[in-house]
Design a protein around this ligand. Structure first.
Ligand SMILES: Nc1ncnc2c1ncn2[C@@H]1O[C@H](COP(=O)(O)OP(=O)(O)OP(=O)(O)O)[C@@H](O)[C@H]1O
Length: 276
């Protein structure tokens, strides 16, 4: 089937654009609803096929089958210890399944994937490198330019020469996000990335993630304990329980979303909580 002309045009767009001078306003700006259809397709499809994982005799994940289409923002919720981080580590290639298979963009995951990036609750910046060097840590060709563009994308161009120690928690997480974006990932895996942030910073980070995800089009898997966060951000929410998928629910709310002000969001949250 031939692709729509708009898709072809957008694929030609540079992934990390030069953006106007960063300000807090740039960072928290919401996606323009008029541009909802103009999404680039840079994401990779993630496929889990009969995926199981056990540690010694304890089975944590049991024959999971799941297709995450390219560019989708999927949230995974579930009780502590249900296997969320284990699943993310398997997708990233940090660990190997006990049985079954994972593929990213059609290629089986057998080791660490260069087009998959993982973000944790703590930013994990190297304290002996300045911010720009942390972002460009892979030292690819023209790393300084691409690191500066990624920092501008998260609204921190003016902090390039700071040390990580002087950043706030939210700023450090934005630097970690820039470091993930600089390699133009096909898949971004987020393991409770906003869990340690205060409520206002968390809301800012939600809008930042939504904008960047919308503009770049990578596939995103977000792990969260926070059902409201899952419904606010995701296209689809999965509940993991007893090593299996207990609920797989699309979130069809229009973007930008209004969070607590949206009564449909609240009823979706209640349905998810019933299954957790
Ligand atoms: N390397 C390991 N060796 C042995 N057991 C492990 C290992 N990693 C995870 N587990 C076990 O697998 C189960 C799932 O752990 P996991 O960290 O994936 O849960 P989680 O859903 O992410 O929990 P939380 O929400 O508390 O972070 C737990 O019982 C944990 O003890």
């Amino acid at each position: 089937m031939s692709e729509p002309a708009s898709d072809l045009r957008l694929r030609g767009r540079p992934f990390l654009r030069e953006v106007p001078a960063p300000t807090e306003r740039t960072v928290v700006s919401e996606p323009d609803p008029r541009k909802q259809e103009e999404r680039p397709v840079n994401g990779k499809t993630v496929l889990l096929d009969g995926l199981s994982k056990s540690f010694a005799s304890r089975r944590v994940l049991s024959r999971l089958n799941l297709e995450i289409p390219a560019g989708q923002l999927l949230a995974i919720v579930g009780r502590s210890g249900c296997g969320k981080s284990t699943l993310l580590r398997l997708i990233a290639g940090l660990d190997r399944p006990s049985s079954g298979m994972i593929s990213v963009g059609g290629a089986e995951v057998k080791s660490l994937q260069s087009n998959v990036r993982l973000l944790f609750q703590d930013a994990r910046l190297l304290p002996w490198h300045r911010v720009i060097s942390n972002v460009g840590i892979a030292r690819t060709k023209n790393w300084r330019d691409s690191a500066a563009a990624a920092l501008a994308d998260v609204g921190l161009a003016d902090r390039a020469n700071d040390w990580p120690a002087v950043l706030s928690g939210g700023q450090a997480q934005r630097v970690a996000l820039a470091r993930a974006l600089v390699s133009r990932p096909g898949v971004l895996l987020l393991d409770e990335p906003f869990g340690a942030l205060d409520a206002l910073t968390r809301m800012e980070m939600h809008r930042l993630l939504e904008r960047i995800w919308h503009e770049h089009g990578f596939t995103t898997v977000l792990i969260t304990h926070d059902v409201a966060e899952a419904v606010a951000l995701a296209d689809r929410v999965i509940v993991l329980r007893d090593g299996a998928i207990a609920l797989d629910m699309p979130i069809d709310l229009p973007r930008p979303r209004r969070g607590a002000a949206d009564t449909s969001a609240v009823s979706l949250q209640a349905r998810i909580l019933d299954e957790v």
